[in-house]
Write a protein that binds this ligand. Structure first.
Ligand code: SF4
Length: 387
């Protein structure tokens, strides 16, 4: 059982006793076992589980269908960790970015995106983080500039969902969750898998696995394990190049997991019949966005059950890249589509609040590294593909 420290005080204004076990992040079996210590039957633990994840309750005292004596017993031993946004920013397109300060003063960001529905209302997507910072070092990503600080606990990952859900307009719900915020989810494998299980548990949050997508730079052994453990959950592999040399320059883990091996592994994944693997491709002007790159990429993916998401790069100050023109992006898309590859251009949401892909960061940790929010001191990236 894992205990995650989060920021006091709790929603009722009481200082948190961090010695009590945190129910947030515990599985149903673990909660049943804990409640069993009080001599309670399994169904009692299941009720508690449902209060924590389905109803999103943050106060054990308010679990009204539990006997008062048992609530007191539980409250003396356990608490329900929670996150409150230290800062929320809303962009012109309605995208909201939450900055969560964690118990140890580290911080992560999540992004909630409204997609207007024909007929009114919205479909809401949430992009969540799995690590504070990231060790992968992708050249085009602001999070990478923080370096790796620590893994998030299961409770901290799931609570990003519950906290973002609490702030929705009445009657609305979160439809999709993408693990594409700060960090490499498969580098924090156990907590990511446990969080997915909680998000999809029928007595918990109850999302369909199809509504979840976990992204990875291509941690080959873990992708295979993940697909076997959690069939039906979407997997998005960040390819970002059509040849090994270019990829190694912008995605450093390529040296450990070369693109050829990643593609071979993806071809062998035991995906459920109607599932396709997604390949993410950040378009960087003059680096990986030529028509030759598009042709090569189409050749690499020929015959695979896949789709490609093209992401025109989202700039941040000091980065040695440029965002390609819309014309160039469209030409790239057409080449892939013309060769039978399912492809979409992902619109950058929340660009004005630095909430788009690759732009999430803990500004305090960055300030400790001498960043003032302006231009970052960065080495130029050579894009000579023969180098
Ligand atoms: S793109 Fe993803 S994996 Fe790469 S450094 Fe950024 S957060 Fe990490």
């Amino acid at each position: 059982m894992e205990s995650t420290k989060q920021n006091p005080p709790d929603p009722q204004g009481r200082a948190l006793d961090l010695e009590r076990i945190d129910l947030k992040g515990m599985s149903e079996d673990e909660i049943v076992e804990l409640c069993g210590e009080a001599g309670e039957p399994a169904y009692r633990g299941k009720q508690v589980f449902s209060w924590v994840y389905d109803k999103g309750e943050t106060d054990i005292g308010r679990m009204s269908d539990l006997p008062k004596r048992f609530r007191e017993w539980l409250a003396a031993r356990a608490r329900i960790g929670w996150l409150e946004a230290e800062e929320t920013e809303k962009g012109a397109d309605g995208t909201e970015k939450f900055f969560w300060r964690l118990g140890d003063e580290a911080g992560v960001e999540s992004v909630r995106i409204p997609m207007p529905r024909t007929g009114g209302g919205y479909r809401w997507s949430l992009c969540i983080s799995t690590q504070v910072g990231c060790a992968m070092g992708c050249a085009f990503c602001l999070t990478a500039k923080m370096g790796f600080v620590r893994n998030l606990g299961t409770g901290e990952i799931v609570e990003q969902f519950l906290a973002a859900r609490r702030g929705l307009p009445p009657g609305e719900r979160l439809h999709n969750v993408v693990f594409m915020g700060m960090g490499e989810p498969l580098d924090n494998y156990d907590a990511t898998v446990a969080a997915v299980r909680l998000l999809t548990h029928p007595r918990g949050i109850g999302l369909s696995p199809r509504r979840l997508t976990v992204s990875t730079v291509g941690v080959i052994p873990k992708i295979k394990e993940f697909v076997r453990e959690l069939p039906g959950v979407g997997v998005a592999v960040s390819l970002h190049a059509a040849d090994e040399v270019t990829r190694a320059k912008i995605v450093p883990p390529s040296r450990k997991w070369p693109m050829g091996e990643i593609l071979r592994a993806c071809k062998e994944l035991p995906l459920p019949e109607r599932q396709r693997i997604t390949f993410e491709y950040v378009l960087l002007s003059g680096v990986n966005d030529s028509s030759g790159d598009a042709v090569k990429l189409a050749g690499l993916l020929r015959g695979m059950r896949c789709k490609v998401n093209l992401l025109p790069w989202n700039p941040f100050s000091g980065a040695p890249f440029e965002r390609p023109s819309d014309k160039c992006v469209e030409a790239f898309r057409r080449i892939l589509a013309g060769r039978g590859i399912a492809v979409t251009v992902r619109q950058s949401k929340g660009l004005d609040i630095r909430a788009a892909c690759g732009q999430l960061v803990d500004t305090v940790k960055m300030a400790e590294r001498g960043w003032d929010g302006g231009k970052l001191p960065m080495a130029p990236v050579s894009v000579n593909k023969t180098g």
